[in-house]
Design a binder for this molecule. Structure first.
Ligand code: G6P
Length: 362
């Protein structure tokens, strides 16, 4: 409950929760480690993963965006096909299911009615489920067969930040442990990489003035903003756009870089801010081409790239981390830029209009 959690010296819960992310990463590593220093997950959950021929991730809002990243992890590491669905759609528009589906519900609060409605339906159909949640004993946690906890501590700000990165970290661990159980060798040590993530998050949390000035430069007067990326960066762009619209009320949308030319580019005007994310070597040239296309039409590009892939004129360069795990880092600038954009526009950062922390009606 908000009244029990102190903001301390922070002006807003959101800023406090952004700053807690390195700590949450370390807590998750600790909670999911066994005595031998290996990542571990309840064997029944791993068995359920291995029994499935297809995994269906069901979620809403920010949790849905974490699910998109989770799909990449489970498919690339554990080699199980994954579909990600918005819970409010899945309920009445269920796709043709595979023979042995497993359902993973991602929900910070564990109380989202749209997600719960799907859980009730798939339980009736006799399917197994896992809930990934921040709240032990929450409705979706109680009603699913298994629960994986986020260990992020209470999240009070309506705009989700530390729960998103916690969801991604737990999904990475789930993918890694499942991969190992299937005899799949990974060429990196996830515990080590998540430790590097925590360090990189700390570096970004110390750069607040930088993000405040980026927000001032790009988002003070604009009426809209577009986020572009390719692959995993596209998914982070969707989350960046959601953060910005939730708290600053700037109309923001995330697009796949290559899709812009098929319509959206018509919206580009002189000075339209385009926030481009470039953390993936395989699509670095492609996304930079997209930046050129919009810049040629008057857009004001804000490029967030990763060390090793940077180009002259990039707005901010994040520290280098493992290419699969970049969403854990690239989202921080977007969270902080949104925060400052909202602040500069005198918005109620922690309690934006029309939104609730958990939506318990369908
Ligand atoms: C609400 C919140 C969002 C959140 C979504 C899903 O709409 O405002 O921030 O992402 O619900 O919530 P959940 O608790 O299921 O993750």
């Amino acid at each position: 409950d908000a009244s029990d959690i102190e903001k301390g010296t922070y002006p807003h819960y959101m800023l406090k929760e952004i700053d807690e992310q390195p700590l949450v990463m370390r807590k998750i590593i600790q909670k999911y480690q066994n005595d031998q220093g290996e990542l571990t997950i309840d064997q029944e959950i791993i068995d359920a993963m291995n029994d499935a021929d297809r995994i269906y991730i069901i979620a809403a809002g920010t949790s849905y965006h974490a699910g998109l990243v989770g799909k990449q992890f489970i498919e690339k590491m554990a080699k199980i096909p994954v579909e990600v669905h918005i819970s409010s759609e899945f309920g009445y528009n269920m796709p043709l299911l595979s023979e042995k589906p497993l359902f993973i519900f991602i929900t910070q609060s564990g109380e989202t009615a749209d997600s719960r409605a799907v859980l009730v339906q798939v339980k009736e159909m006799g399917y197994k489920s896992i809930t990934i949640t921040n709240v032990q004993g929450s409705t979706l946690s109680r009603e699913a067969d298994h629960t994986l906890l986020l260990h992020a501590g209470p999240e009070i700000a309506v705009a989700s930040t530390k729960a998103y990165t916690a969801q991604i970290a737990v999904l990475a661990i789930l993918a890694e442990v499942t991969a190992k159980s299937r005899g799949i060798e990974l060429d990196f040590d996830l515990i080590h990489e998540l430790g590097m993530i925590a360090n990189a998050m700390e570096v970004l949390c110390d750069e607040k003035e930088e993000f405040e000035s980026i927000a001032r430069e790009f988002l003070t007067v604009t009426r809209n903003a577009f986020f572009i990326g390719r692959g995993i960066d596209y998914y982070v762009g969707l989350e960046g756009a959601l953060k910005l619209k939730e708290i600053s009320y700037i109309q923001a949308e995330g697009f796949a870089g290559g899709e812009l030319k098929h319509g959206t580019i018509a919206l580009i005007e002189e000075g339209t801010p385009i926030i481009a994310i470039a953390t993936q070597e395989s699509v670095n040239l492609g996304i930079r081409g997209n930046v050129k296309e919009v810049t040629a039409r008057g857009a004001n590009p804000c490029i967030i790239s990763m060390k090793g892939l940077e180009s002259e004129g990039d707005t901010f360069i994040i520290p280098e981390v493992h290419e699969l795990l970049t969403p854990l880092i690239s989202v921080l600038p977007l969270q902080l830029i949104s925060y400052y954009a909202a602040l500069h526009r005198d918005c109620d950062v922690d309690k934006p209009r029309n939104l609730a922390k958990s939506v318990t009606v369908e």
